[in-house]
Write a protein that binds this ligand. Structure first.
Ligand code: GLV
Ligand code: MG
Length: 337
């Protein structure tokens, strides 16, 4: 693999090594999905854009086959008639081998290319998928005089896609980022679950046996740890953003928060909100903890040029923890702005 070119990130500290990047400028803590074929949901968009970082019109899974055209037309209506302010507008189009993909992209770029920030592409299997969409967007942008490039966000949701994750992340300067799609990925991998994200009661580690016959606890493990970490490395090393995707159990806010937080701690910048109550969960999780931010500020202040070693509350700090602190302080500044 060739060394990826830096895009919109720059190293910050003196001697900052490659993996450390300045965090991106735009907050995208939640990507809020709405179904554009439903009039009632379209009507909520103008209010919704005041509450979310990203609003996304979903054309793919969860939209019935006989409502695909209506969803596309509904999305175009919302895109052209709404003032989105600083909120980003995304759409999730149907997958490349579906009967709707081509019309989704050609009609949306023709009618609302200047309003669309990001095109989310499902079931991406390799860089070849991104190359095709990149060229198609370039042609349509030229044809319709679209002024700024429409970015591509890939969903990582097939076993082959996970195999190809670094190549996908590096496939085009149009790459915005990537989301984990745990539901499709579970099916593609042959995992034995019927859930949309989250854990499974049987996926865990059993504590050691102590006394004969004593009850032992199975400690649940995160089914998505490996893939999220792999995705974060692929994204971060190519200067693009990693997201956790959907959490389908709307009755369990605590589990949603725990799943989002694992992703945040591993380096993701946001997650999808499929229900309005997940908006606040994402906002809370993907904004830095106040106490953690205060501690990070103390590290930065104790090492003004980002070098050396100091002790704070018995904990050793050096150039590396300075960089960790900078990630948290930069994010806190963005949230406060
Ligand atoms: C999202 O699209 C998923 O499959 O989880
Ligand atoms: Mg999916």
């Amino acid at each position: 693999m060739t060394k990826p070119a830096k895009k919109f990130f720059e190293p910050l500290a003196i001697g900052a090594p490659e993996p450390y990047r300045e965090i991106p400028v735009k907050l995208e803590r939640m990507v809020h999905f709405f179904p554009p074929h439903m009039e009632k949901m379209r009507a909520k968009v103008p209010d919704m854009v005041k509450k979310v970082d990203v609003i996304l019109g979903n054309l793919e899974d969860a939209i019935p086959m006989d409502a695909k055209e209506e969803a596309r037309a509904g999305f175009i209506e919302v895109a052209t008639s709404t003032d989105f302010g600083s909120t980003s507008l995304w759409t999730r189009v149907n997958c490349l081998n579906s009967p709707w993909f081509l019309d989704d992209v050609t009609e949306i770029v023709a009618a609302a290319g200047d309003k669309l920030d990001v095109l989310m592409l499902p079931k991406v299997e390799g860089p070849w998928d991104i190359h095709y969409v990149d060229q198609l967007l370039a042609q349509l942008e030229a044809k319709h005089g679209v002024k700024k490039p429409i970015m591509i966000h890939a969903i990582l949701e097939t076993a082959l896609g996970v195999e190809q994750v670094s190549e996908i992340a590096a496939a085009s300067p149009r790459m915005h980022g990537m989301s984990l799609g745990p539901a499709d990925l579970a099916a593609s991998r042959g995992m034995k679950t019927t859930r949309v994200g989250g854990g499974h009661p049987f996926y865990g580690v059993l504590e050691d046996a102590t006394e004969e016959g004593a009850a032992r606890t199975l400690y649940q493990q995160d089914l998505w740890h490996f893939t999220v970490a792999k995705m974060v490395d692929a994204c971060q090393s190519n200067g693009i953003k990693a997201f956790y995707g959907p959490f389908g159990d709307f009755s369990d806010n605590e589990a949603c928060e725990a799943q989002f937080r694992n992703a945040f701690l591993l380096g993701c910048v946001g997650a999808w909100s499929l229900h309005p109550k997940q908006i606040d969960i994402a906002k809370k999780v993907f904004s830095p903890d106040v106490e953690e931010a205060k501690f990070a500020i103390r590290i930065i202040e104790a090492m003004p040029d980002g070098t050396g070693a100091v002790m704070i509350d018995g904990k050793m700090q050096d150039d590396a923890t300075w960089k960790q602190a900078k990630v948290i302080v930069d994010l806190a500044k963005q949230v406060a702005a």
